[in-house]
Design a protein around this ligand. Structure first.
Ligand code: GDP
Length: 302
């Protein structure tokens, strides 16, 4: 099972999938367009959430590590260093470890492997690329890193463009894609979380040869959370599951939408089959139910 993931909706689904599949059966390719250097360390918000979810230590309140403390962050603030994200001590230890490995010549893929091995994780967790390709948002307040848009500006500016930079596909990502029969695209922001993964050189072409199932992060015309609406409008896409299907239409085979969505099969582009499920994951029980549905659909394909 191979999952493409951002940092909120897809990790919730991952929690459910891990109750079904053994870790060794799961590979995740995570978005790194959100990555940002803070206080000398590389912070990889989506990659880390995937790691913490797999390790069973994620805090779904702030997407860092459960039980973390924030004294270093507060001390830095009192020294005049305002960090772009609120970072806990346990989380920061991962960033320090990773950045040290990078400075000694490791790739992000190597560093992620070392972190996962230290945490004894069986799942394979891969950054989408080893290149640093930060996503920027072009707004009426200027062009800014996506983290500044989300945190400093609280998603308020109007958006004219989401700029994802192309990264080179790593050997590890290529091999993972070659070895899988099907790919799950979690309910993540299509433009800013999945978009950067699709922008990795050669990705869309490989996905065309796989069975790809996506879960919509939108019900009717409302994203469940976050700026997906603004970002989709900036691409000229409708803010709906149809917009999600259109964005993925060159490779998507199946789309899971919520029972409450008003989209029907005839609305979808040719070649995409519609499935319905409860897609809002308030907790692990709903994640498990949605994961069951996806595993069931995939079993019928093989
Ligand atoms: P980010 O990296 O923090 O932006 O997180 P993602 O892109 O992975 O997730 C954000 C997207 O997930 C938003 O567009 C939400 O609408 C969607 N989302 C969040 N929770 C859920 C959920 O429980 N179910 C579904 N279907 N979508 C969700």
């Amino acid at each position: 099972m191979l999952l493409l993931s951002g940092g909120t909706g897809s990790p919730k689904l991952l929690g459910g999938l891990l109750l079904y599949c053994s870790g060794a059966q799961v590979t995740v390719i995570a978005n790194t367009g959100d990555d940002i250097w803070i206080s000398g360390n590389l912070v990889c918000p989506d990659l880390d959430t995937v790691i913490y979810t797999t390790a069973g230590i994620v805090s779904e309140r702030w997407w860092g590590i459960n039980g973390d403390t924030f004294r270093t962050h507060e001390r830095l603030a009192s020294l005049g260093q305002k960090e772009a994200l609120i970072i806990g001590e346990l989380d920061r230890a991962i960033h320090i470890f990773r950045s040290d490995l990078l400075r000694r010549g490791a790739t992000l893929t190597d560093a992620t492997h070392t972190i996962c091995a230290s945490l004894e994780l069986a799942a394979k967790i891969l950054p989408m690329t080893d290149d640093f390709v930060p996503t920027t948002i072009v707004t009426d307040k200027g062009e800014m890193h996506i983290q500044d848009f989300l945190v400093k500006y609280q998603q308020a500016p109007s958006v004219s463009q989401v700029r994802c930079r192309p990264g080179k596909m790593t050997k590890e990502v290529e091999t993972a894609l070659e070895e899988c029969r099907s790919v799950v695209i979690g309910p993540s922001n299509p433009i800013s979380s999945i978009g950067p993964i699709l922008n990795v050189n050669g990705m869309r072409k490989i996905l065309k040869d796989r069975f790809v199932i996506g879960v919509s992060p939108i019900i009717r015309s409302e994203p469940i959370s976050g700026p997906a609406g603004k970002f989709m409008e900036s691409r000229g896409l409708p803010v709906s599951s149809l917009g999600v299907a259109e964005f993925y239409s060159d490779f998507l085979d199946a789309l899971v939408v919520d029972h409450r969505d008003d989209i029907s099969q005839s609305d979808l582009p040719d070649g995409i089959e519609l499935f319905r499920a409860d897609t809002i994951m308030y907790g692990i029980e709903q994640s498990k139910k949605l994961a069951t549905e996806i595993v069931r659909i995939l079993a019928h394909q093989s």
